[in-house]
Design a protein around this ligand. Structure first.
Ligand SMILES: Cc1cc2nc3c(=O)[nH]c(=O)nc-3n(C[C@H](O)[C@H](O)[C@H](O)COP(=O)(O)O)c2cc1C
Length: 148
């Protein structure tokens, strides 16, 4: 069983809603699961096996302010995250077109650049067609958790 940290990047709560829906599903499989919206550096996650990032997009393709310090520290310091595995759920809105899910894509790229290995494909949730992002995430997590 894995020790999973769900890291949310949010401005208005949708990512928290998704995390709250996924936590009991993962815990029901016997994983140890915690949720946080606070992250400054990679060191904040030591002791965890798997990170599940649920990241919204704000501004124009921007990373939510609560996890911007983490993303910037990964981009700046390039810690060796070769032992990390992570999943990525990006929340966005297709009406923003070119910046769709930009926040999650940027965090995904930052983790990958540090050597972390993503488990499965990134889920991209479109708020313009999916008013309840947790529904789509709950369906997606069934496949993702089989890959942990
Ligand atoms: C001011 C504002 C700017 C946004 N900019 C983008 C954007 O550039 N690209 C995108 O895909 N979604 C964008 N969104 C949509 C949000 O990412 C989406 O609604 C998401 O579900 C919000 O999650 P949160 O409640 O956890 O912050 C924006 C939303 C707001 C309110």
């Amino acid at each position: 069983m894995a020790n999973i940290l769900i890291l949310i990047g949010t401005e208005s709560g949708n990512a928290q809603m998704v995390a709250d829906a996924l936590k009991p599903i993962l815990a029901g499989d016997g994983h140890d699961v915690a949720i946080t919206d606070k992250a400054q550096t990679a060191a904040d996650f030591s002791g965890r096996d798997v990170l599940l990032v649920v990241c919204a997009t704000h501004g124009s393709g921007d990373i939510p302010t609560n996890i911007l310090p983490l993303a910037e520290s990964l981009q700046r310091e390039r810690p060796d995250l070769g032992a990390w595995r992570y999943g990525m759920i990006a929340l966005g809105d297709m009406t923003y077109q070119d910046t769709f899910c930009g926040g999650g894509k940027k965090v995904d790229a930052a983790l990958e650049a540090c050597g972390a290995r993503r488990i499965g494909d990134r889920l991209e949730v479109d708020a313009s067609t999916q008013p309840l992002p947790d529904d789509e995430a709950v369906a997606w997590i069934k496949g993702w958790k089989a890959l942990i």
